[in-house]
Ligand binder design. Structure first.
Ligand code: IVH
Length: 704
């Protein structure tokens, strides 16, 4: 085989392979290779075709790109005009009913006649185009224009990789395919992300994106836009026996390799049309591209011919709309809301606008990073979207409409609800209020947690009651519970004298709770029951915990000022060592503890709780005082002790506030070694950890 022959063979192979990947990507939505791999195959084919120009075929994937920019588009006269379509603006079922009764009247059917058969399709929100195939080869692509004369946008349409350059099967000598060029929302988002990163203007929405791209004079720009195509009808045809129905026609187009949308149905009578409208309306938020309604078409082509046209609109088709999901409006302000967990969410206050079937005056901006990414400013004109039941959101800014006075948004450094400091989670996008105990936005959650069984265990204070107490301004924070009076409680809705007495009693009984429970009740972020126990055991007193937390918070604040990222991380770890040396406590928990106690509002609240008698610092029973002896100390037992069994030794250590761990580490304070002690003893010696025998342990416990 000579060089030219092997080049021909390779080119043919590459073409087929590229076409196969195209199909996987566009028809099956399942890419089989990466974009880079695709590009590399593509470039190989391009190189072969440059070396052997005779190898170029009209359907070669290389023919999709490479055209030169045009000065202007050439006009194209449509052999069969591209019609427009009548619209039923009524978005309820009556739209379907109107259309059906009009069709029946025109066809002179009466109520005794069978229902008319229709095809229901989606109404794609893009740009109508016509593709002319001669002997199966795409020779021309045109816009609709005024319906009679459009523009020749062949170069641009060839860049749409889901438009076949050659039809599959036995294509007729002439076939004009009518359909819609459109952009998927996810494709647009990805495109815009890249565009922003490169400092280019993002596309305003999929519809503008599609229309603007098709009408680009430079085909390279069109090629860079993620456009797609759906076929929904035909224009001029020669040498083809048309199928009897529109549904069969769409199947035939799909058989030629043209993309036809899967969401279509044959419907008999108006009720089934209305059902389709309803079904697709509900499905609309999940469809990856925008639709602004559905289209109904009489199924039998013979009946379509019989019905004919009125001016520029066929009598056999209608568009049945949905409420618009997107609208333009102006950002009047950007507020900051505080969620139940303290997360700060920026919310755009909008000039009220009707969208998605309701009037919208607020839209979420999700978080600070999102605001920055979309660069939304007060005064901006924005696109708002409300799809289905989802919360309205700002999709993007209309860049050309920005007033000179627009100021970039910044989150406040204190909580707009309670004035506490806000904390930015390292690396995270969430910014949170640290005043968990006192913040009104978090009040209900904080109180319900405080009274819960595993915390202060105050019975009778349920969800509804707490709602009432907050709404009636009787309680703002947990400390307020202790000033509740019998008359106040008894006067509440659905509250008898007896229940009120029970609650007052439950509050009294909960006083002088153990430290661990009290710490847990404070609702420190990331501090659960077992961490609370670790903290209580380690520090022995609230005072000591608070002092350590404050020192850690100071060191943490200093660490945060370190410029270098690795150094900053190191400094942070050192700052929080007093906590992280306690086993089970990681850096995240340590940060939460430091943040919590660093917030003055929280410390004030704790002081109020103590004053109210919720927890008594000094008043420790003899058992409790003993339990502080080994507070915070970690022991490892190894070998056989002379008198104490392993379990007994463990029990005594724990009763004295210590902790027993299974393995020796830098965090171990003492190793208690008996006979036949093994590797743990060696490890302790290596690490220089104090080693005691049983007598030594008993001395520590004060028993010897
Ligand atoms: S059929 C004979 N089917 O709606 C009727 N049009 O005014 C010709 N459109 O911009 C159109 N989805 O591009 C038809 N499934 C669909 C459609 C559809 C969107 C657009 C079309 C044109 C407008 C018709």
């Amino acid at each position: 085989m000579n060089a030219a022959d092997s080049a021909r063979e390779r080119a043919e192979g590459l073409r087929q392979e590229l076409e196969r990947h195209n199909r996987a990507y566009y028809e099956l939505d399942a890419p089989t290779i990466s974009d880079a791999e695709y590009d590399s195959l593509f470039r190989e084919l391009q190189a072969l075709e440059t070396a052997y120009p005779a190898l170029v075929t009209p359907d070669s994937p290389t023919q999709r790109v490479g055209g030169k920019p045009l000065a202007q588009f050439a006009p194209v006269t449509h052999a069969v005009p591209m019609l427009s379509i009548q619209t039923e603006t009524n978005t309820d079922a009556s739209g379907a009913e109107h259309f059906d009764s009009r069709v029946r009247r025109e066809l002179e059917l009466d109520s005794a006649d069978a229902p008319v058969e229709y095809v229901a399709e989606l109404k794609f929100d893009g740009l109508a185009v016509s593709l002319r195939y001669e002997n199966g080869i795409l020779v021309q692509g045109a816009t609709r224009g005024d319906g009679v004369t459009g523009e020749d946008v062949t170069q641009n349409l060839k860049t749409l990789r889901d438009i076949p350059l050659r039809l599959k099967g036995s294509a007729p000598p002439l076939l004009e395919v009518r359909g819609e060029a459109y952009m998927r929302r996810d494709d647009l988002a990805r495109y815009n992300e890249k565009a922003r990163a490169q400092g280019e203007k993002p596309l305003v929405n999929p519809r503008n994106g599609a229309a603007g791209s098709i009408r680009q004079l430079n085909p390279r720009i069109a090629a860079s836009r993620p456009l797609r195509f759906f076929a929904y009808g035909i224009g001029a045809v020669q040498g083809w026996d048309l199928p009897a129905t529109h549904q069969a026609l769409l199947d035939a187009l799909a058989g030629f390799g043209l993309p036809v949308c899967e969401h279509r149905a044959v419907a008999r009578g108006w009720q089934e049309l209305a059902d389709f409208h309803d079904r697709m309306g509900k499905h609309r938020p999940h469809i990856p591209f925008d639709i602004d309604g559905v289209v109904y078409k009489v199924n039998r082509l013979a009946l379509q011919n019989q019905l004919g046209f009125r001016s520029r609109e066929p009598r056999w088709a209608v568009a049945h709309k949905y409420p618009a999901e997107e609208a333009q409006t102006v950002v009047l302000a950007i507020d900051v809301q505080v969620g139940r967990t303290g997360a700060l969410t920026p919310v755009a206050k909008l000039r009220p606008v009707f969208v998605g079937g309701v009037t919208v005056s607020n839209a979420t901006l999700h978080n600070e990073e999102e605001v920055r990414r979309k660069d939304v400013r007060v005064g901006d004109t924005v696109i708002v979207r409300r799809a289905g039941d989802v919360i309205p959101e700002v999709v993007n800014v209309v860049p050309d409409a920005r007033p000179a006075t627009a100021v970039p948004f910044e989150l406040p450094i204190t909580c707009p609800q309670c004035g506490s400091h806000v904390m930015r989670e390292e690396g995270g996008v969430v910014v949170r209020c640290s005043g968990g105990l006192v913040c009104p936005a978090q009040a209900k959650g904080a109180i319900l947690h405080y009274v819960s069984r595993r915390a202060m265990d105050i019975e009778g204070l349920g969800d509804k009651l707490v709602d009432q107490l907050i709404a009636g301004h009787h309680v703002k924070t947990p400390a307020d519970l202790y000033s509740l009076t019998l008359p106040t409680l008894a006067a509440l809705d659905r509250m008898g004298e007896k229940s009120a007495v029970n609650i007052i009693q439950a509050i009294e009984q909960s006083k002088q709770t153990p430290l661990a429970r009290f710490i847990f009740a404070l609702g420190i972020r990331n501090v659960g029951e077992s961490t609370a126990k670790d903290l209580a055991r380690h520090f022995g007193s609230l005072d000591s915990l608070q002092k350590t937390a404050l020192q850690a918070a100071d060191a943490k604040a200093a660490a945060e000022l370190v410029d270098d990222k690795t150094e900053r991380k190191k400094a942070l770890i050192t700052a929080l060592e007093a906590f992280t040396k306690i086993s089970e406590i990681g850096i995240g928990i340590a940060e939460s503890i430091a943040d919590f106690f660093a917030e003055p509002h929280n410390r004030e609240e704790i002081a109020r709780l103590i004053t109210a008698g919720a927890f008594q610092e000094g008043a420790v029973s003899s058992e409790a005082s003993r339990s502080a002896i080994l507070a915070g100390k970690t022991f490892v037992l190894t070998g056989t002790l002379p008198t104490l069994k392993r379990d007994e030794a463990k029990e005594q250590i724990e009763a004295a506030g210590g902790k027993v761990s299974g393995s020796v580490s830098k965090k171990t304070d003492y190793v208690i070694a008996g006979e036949e002690a093994g590797s743990k003893l060696n490890k302790a010696q290596e690490l220089g950890i104090p080693i005691l025998d049983e007598a030594g342990l008993l001395r520590l416990l004060g028993d010897a």
